[in-house]
Write a protein that binds this ligand. Sequence first.
Ligand SMILES: NC(=O)c1ccc[n+]([C@@H]2O[C@H](COP(=O)([O-])OP(=O)(O)OC[C@H]3O[C@@H](n4cnc5c(N)ncnc54)[C@H](O)[C@@H]3O)[C@@H](O)[C@H]2O)c1
Ligand SMILES: [Zn+2]
Length: 350
Amino acid sequence: MTTITVHASREYNVDVGKGLLAGLGSKARSLCPRAGTVMLVTDSRVDALYGRTAEENLAAAGFRVERFTFPAGEASKNTRTYLELIDRMALAHMTRTDLCVALGGGVTGDLTGFAAATYLRGIPFLQVPTTVLAMVDASVGGKTAVDLEAGKNLLGAFWQPVGVLCDTSLLSTLPEEIFGDGCAEILKYALIGDPELYEDLRAPFRDDPERIIARCVQDKRDVVEEDERDTGRRQLLNYGHTFGHAIEKCSDYTVSHGSAVAIGMCMAARAAAAFGLCPGDVPEKTAERVRALGLPDRTAYSARELALAAMSDKKRAGDRISLVIPDRMCHVGLHPVPAEELEDWFTKGL
Ligand SMILES: NC(=O)c1ccc[n+]([C@@H]2O[C@H](COP(=O)([O-])OP(=O)(O)OC[C@H]3O[C@@H](n4cnc5c(N)ncnc54)[C@H](O)[C@@H]3O)[C@@H](O)[C@H]2O)c1
Ligand SMILES: [Zn+2]
């Protein structure tokens, strides 16, 4: 097991290792010795796989366990599910010393975290991420949110968990595509500032992901510790995301987030090289690793389609958009671009 300590507005440990779910109850007990009730939150798929094990484990540690399950998928990350969860917490008479446990992917973590952040003005929550994306990204750093009709993650709070348990054996049931989505975020850490990780990603790691996941958690921790509230360096974590969101949108979300981000990182590198802002070999070195992870490096949408999709996101002519672009291999910076020049960036990126 590897333990990474995060020093944010709350200090907590992220444990990464095989079989950690078996220690969930004792972990929760040591973190929240006075808790009586635990609200165990999962989506329908994760609940069917691991809900019962988690519940029994928590009960064995002496907690009264309430289980809240919602239909799997981003569509559930909304205010209705949030209010249902909050209502369940109130009906269970949960107090500020009780605990929420988020067992699932980023959707479960974001929803549970936001409920914990707001119920009684904030109660403890423990993250048990079950996707690669949730382990390396969503469960670390304290961003919690639900989606509104007007857009993703518009209603949220910064609220740090009391701990994070990444049981890598839970990843064995993850469908290939969802594993791949997480790989795109892993490669992102390498490309924004971790050349050693870039080298490590030469070899397949699905059978033994602990070292790679722990490394990414460390990378994210370093960024979060410097910029918890996302006003500076944390924006670098958006590498590939401006281009990627445009692709997701054009495809009406049939292209997965990870695939879109992978293409987005390749596009950002190609455009940066074309504008003379990074060495000419960065795009191919980026694309090579993207393909090695089984992810796509190109899209068939036109620059015009992508620019329109990007602009429909609250951007107006005259606005400046902070693009994250590479200035050398495994190093990125922020580059403000006027909104009307975005299409040119997409053209060069294709
Ligand atoms: N808070 C943050 O900092 C942050 C960062 C990145 C992303 N996010 C959010 O994370 C969400 C995406 O997360 P995600 O990709 O984990 O999505 P998700 O939570 O929807 O999980 C993806 C799918 O995998 C299934 N699943 C989860 N674990 C499984 C397992 N072990 N075995 C089999 N199936 C399993 C789920 O049921 C779901 O169908 C988005 O809402 C995004 O906004 C948040
Ligand atoms: Zn992402």
